[in-house]
Write a protein that binds this ligand. Structure first.
Ligand code: PLP
Length: 402
């Protein structure tokens, strides 16, 4: 069976790049998605423009025109004005800009303990405050409330992700925003919405938020492009200094082809969201019930909360994520543990530890994330392969739950 190449158009060089490996089931859409053909087309077309959008001659004006049309499109699809879209190099930069841009001078950041490291490590670096989560993976609102009640005037930004990238648990953004407005009216509300545009209405769930991060490669766009929506522009400061692009908030010549491709990918993701959610929910249900039928005692992490329809996360106590992923990879399945560092080494997931899992449970985690290109055949194949690999390892290690 051939897979992710089905999402790629007929360019021979791209097919060549894709055919150097063979994938039976790509179940790592939360890490990155295959590029949508409409986005790829937009990227190729935009790459042929030679102008620098900051210039003044006709070539520059053509580039600027496309950049501004892309900005308008991204804003409109996310419930923001074009002027509120600040293009960045991706989700990590957008998160860093949100946190460092709104703290310092005695003002700290607050976030949940299960944020992506782009937020978590930025908050820690500035001596900020971390708020815990429940055993099912949602931020503890009462803990946030009592911290803000006492120390709200010191807070520059509160950052809570829209949905967790490891468990898919959707966070109570409206309640977070209400607490911030009530107890820390000078603080900004930021959400890392990187995982959600294909599944949730970003404009609706982030209504009232000042800062929203997105990343193109999570919804069929290219890697290396993202945006921060800045709904209160005057109140954050730039991290990069230079030509003053992006309303002086992000200097540097813009990634025009990336912005155009991200806008095209986002349009497709938003226009087809309802149908994709319906289909992916069905496939996720099939995956979960197929695995439960073969491994009776397992339960997805976060399943007691509202979850995005595409992510399933398990802990296999006593097993090792690296071994699971190695055997799955050998069977042609791309999946992840949910938490990997740049070197590829796996640490027990901070998200699962914060939810109260033991180190032994968190060290045996597996994240299976579906996406718009996922087929029923991939899910069928994955059920057999995952159950086989987990059973084999569990028997070898004498895990009692098998
Ligand atoms: N935030 C979340 C929730 C993510 O899942 C990711 C990527 O995995 C990022 C931020 C970082 O985004 P990028 O890869 O565009 O830097």
């Amino acid at each position: 069976m051939q897979n992710s190449s089905t999402f790629l158009p007929g360019s021979p060089s791209i097919q060549l790049a894709n055919s150097i490996y063979h994938v039976e089931a790509y179940l790592d859409h939360a890490a990155t998605t295959p590029m949508n053909p409409v986005a790829l087309q937009a990227q190729i077309q935009a790459s042929s423009l030679i102008g620098n959008p900051s210039g003044s001659h006709r070539a520059a004006r053509a580039a600027k025109d496309l950049l501004e049309r892309s900005r308008e499109e991204v804003g409109a699809l996310l419930g923001a004005a074009a002027s509120e879209v600040i293009f960045t190099s991706g989700g990590t930069e957008a998160d860093n800009l949100a946190i460092f841009g709104s703290t310092g001078g005695g003002r700290i950041a607050v976030c949940s303990t299960i944020e992506h490291h782009a937020v978590l490590d930025s908050v820690k670096a500035g001596g900020g405050k971390l708020i815990g989560v429940t055993s099912s993976g949602a931020i503890k609102l009462e803990e946030l409330e009592s911290f803000l009640k006492e120390g709200g005037e010191r807070v520059g930004v509160v950052s809570v992700m829209a949905a967790n990238n490891e468990t898919g648990v959707v966070q109570p953004l409206a309640e977070v925003c209400a607490l911030v407005r009530r107890y820390a009216p000078k603080a900004l509300c930021h959400t890392d919405a990187v995982q959600v545009p294909s599944y949730l209405d970003v404009g609706e769930i982030t209504a009232g938020f000042d800062l929203v991060s997105i990343s193109g490669h999570k919804f069929g766009g290219p890697k290396g492009i993202g945006a921060l929506l800045v709904r209160r522009p005057a109140s954050i400061k730039a991290l990069f200094h230079g030509g003053g692009q992006e309303r002086e908030l992000r200097s540097g010549t813009q990634n025009l082809a990336g912005a155009a491709a991200m806008a095209a990918a986002l349009r497709d993701a938003v226009e087809n969201r309802d149908e994709n959610v319906r289909r992916i929910s069905m496939l996720t249900e099939k995956l979960r019930s197929g695995l439960s039928a073969k491994l009776a005692s397992i339960k997805p992490n976060g399943a007691d909360e509202v979850q995005m329809c595409n992510i399933t996360n398990y802990c296999f106590d006593g097993l090792n994520s690296e071994e699971i992923l190695f055997l799955l990879d050998a069977a042609g399945i791309c999946a992840s543990a949910g938490s990997s560092c740049a070197s590829g080494a796996l640490n027990p997931s901070h998200v699962l530890l914060e939810m109260g899992h033991s180190k032994s449970e968190a060290s045996g985690s597996l994240r299976l994330s579906l996406g718009v290109t996922t087929t029923e055949e991939e899910v069928d194949y994955a059920i057999e392969a995952v159950a086989g690999v987990v059973r084999e390892l569990a028997i070898k290690k004498g895990a009692l739950w098998i």
